[in-house]
Design a protein around this ligand. Structure first.
Ligand SMILES: [Zn+2]
Length: 415
């Protein structure tokens, strides 16, 4: 019979072992793509997958894939996974915990003698974070057939090493990256277990989070051109103080986002610069970043429109000007309603408390969701900490997620 404690112990064992594959021991997990650390982690995962009874391969993108044959191998596969790279000085759970859960699910299927109608595929994606090359979703996009050798040559790390060259020294042939693409009809439903990386679930006391969608993101860098003048000799009514104008816009960003409470929109000004940046000089130029996210694309547009109005207002009166450069635009995606309902029902049958929430961060589920029915299950992050060595989720919490998913997979319709 299914044993949650046994699962928790095995998950803990895997996570403890994988902690060692970091280039910053004692200072969090740093497992950048196509490095010795991803290689050793991949070797560990292959071993764990094989022991779980899976047929293991590493594809042309460095994704590690384990397959448990279904009754009808021509059916689209049920896929469960996440990424095995990390950010710099990140935690030991982001991404890798979802991979470990996918492998644990395979062990449980084996122990419970469950053969699904379709193939079950556990997958560990390479380079979701995009930390080394400034990209992201590398492995999942390769599986979706969205990567080619030309793109591998385009991006490089801080040492000038391109994805192309990094892949070669890792033992992969970037010219064959297209081989990682799955044939049409192979990818069925996709499930991803991931740590929440925030504190919503902990705050509401939920065991698990059912992800409703992944937020869309718009980022821009705004520059306000005023005029640098003497801080003492220039009366207030004659100023074109770029920082004063920027401050009004920044306050407006928060106000506009709070007004969109229904959509869960958030707006963040994470970076501000003043030029020349001296204590006794009125800033002639101020620049700041804007990051607006929501699962509701219209809410994002309303916030951005409100910010443009505010920028016009504050610069118009004193003859200043502003420009904005778009740096990122990602559309929001919805998770499958059917799979959300199945996850909720399964969790309820075990009396696990669930909470429905959007994901404010991107995941491999984001690119995959435009190709396949997709669902994500979040487990609470202690104190909401993530992308930091303090990241922690107790192993029994992951076992609950595996438990729920196990039931959902068993009862999925075949096609
Ligand atoms: Zn992640």
């Amino acid at each position: 019979m299914w044993n949650c404690e046994k699962s928790a112990a095995r998950i803990e064992n895997d996570l403890n072992a994988l902690q060692a594959f970091t280039s910053t021991p004692g200072a969090g997990c740093t497992r950048l793509p196509f490095t010795k650390e991803t290689r050793t982690a991949a070797d560990y995962l292959k071993q764990a997958m094989a022991t779980a009874g899976l047929a293991v391969t590493e594809d042309a993108a460095g994704n590690v894939i384990g397959v448990r044959a279904g009754r009808d191998r021509s059916l689209p596969a049920i896929v469960c996974g996440s990424h095995y790279d990390s950010v710099v000085h990140g935690g030991n759970y982001d991404g890798i915990a979802g991979v470990v859960c996918a492998i644990e699910l395979a062990r449980v299927l084996e122990e419970e003698h469950v053969t699904l109608a379709a193939d079950y595929v556990a997958i560990a994606f390479m380079d979701e974070e995009g930390c080394r090359f400034g990209t992201g979703y590398f492995g999942s996009r390769a599986v979706l057939g969205e990567m080619d050798a030309a793109e591998c040559r385009t991006f490089s790390d801080l040492d000038g090493i391109t994805v192309y060259d990094a892949m070669k020294s890792y033992g992969l042939d970037p010219e064959r990256i297209a081989d990682a693409a799955w044939p049409a009809g192979r990818l069925g439903r996709y499930f991803e277990i991931h740590i929440e990386q925030g504190r919503v679930l902990e705050t509401c006391g939920a065991d698990l989070g059912i992800v409703s969608g992944i937020v869309g993101i718009r980022r821009a860098r705004v520059t306000i051109e005023g005029r640098a003048d003497h801080a003492g000799a220039t009366p207030m009514h004659l100023r074109r103080d770029a920082v004063d104008m920027a401050a009004q816009v920044i306050v407006e960003a928060g106000r506009l986002a709070r007004q969109e409470k229904e959509s869960g929109a958030v707006a963040t000004i994470g970076c501000i610069e003043a030029d020349p940046g001296a204590v006794n000089v009125i800033a002639g130029r101020a620049a700041f970043s804007i990051d607006v996210r929501s699962t509701d694309a219209a809410a994002i547009e309303r916030i951005l429109a409100g910010l443009r109005r505010k920028l016009d207002d504050v610069t118009h009166d004193c003859g200043a000007s502003w420009t904005a450069e778009r740096t990122l635009a990602v559309a929001p995606v919805r998770m499958s309603e059917d799979l959300q309902a199945r996850l909720s029902a399964s969790a309820a049958s075990y009396q696990y408390a669930t909470h429905v929430l959007p994901s404010g961060a991107g995941h491999d589920a984001l690119p995959i969701s435009s190709h396949a029915e997709t669902a994500m299950l979040f487990v609470p992050s202690r104190n909401g900490r993530s992308h930091a060595p303090e990241e922690y989720t107790p192993p029994p919490a992951f076992a609950k997620a595996v438990h729920v998913l196990f039931d959902v997979l068993r009862t999925l319709p075949a096609n």
